[in-house]
Design a protein. Structure first.
Length: 63
């Protein structure tokens, strides 16, 4: 089932706003389930170090 929470989490992950772990939590899925959904939708995995460095000083927002 494809839910709004999953779509939002994938979008925020793709934009670099959320890490994989944060996106999985937001979607209510395990990291493995989120990785499978990302792969199914053609979204590449990020290097977590790059995402963390880019968002370390910025608050996470969904609006």
């Amino acid at each position: 089932m494809h839910t709004h929470a999953l779509t939002t989490a994938m979008t925020l992950y793709q934009s670099g706003t959320l890490t994989l772990s944060q996106a999985a939590t937001r979607a209510g899925r395990s990291e493995a389930e989120l990785v499978a959904a990302l792969h199914q939708h053609g979204i590449e995995l990020h290097d977590e170090a790059d995402v963390t460095a880019a968002t370390a000083d910025a608050p996470i927002r969904a609006d």
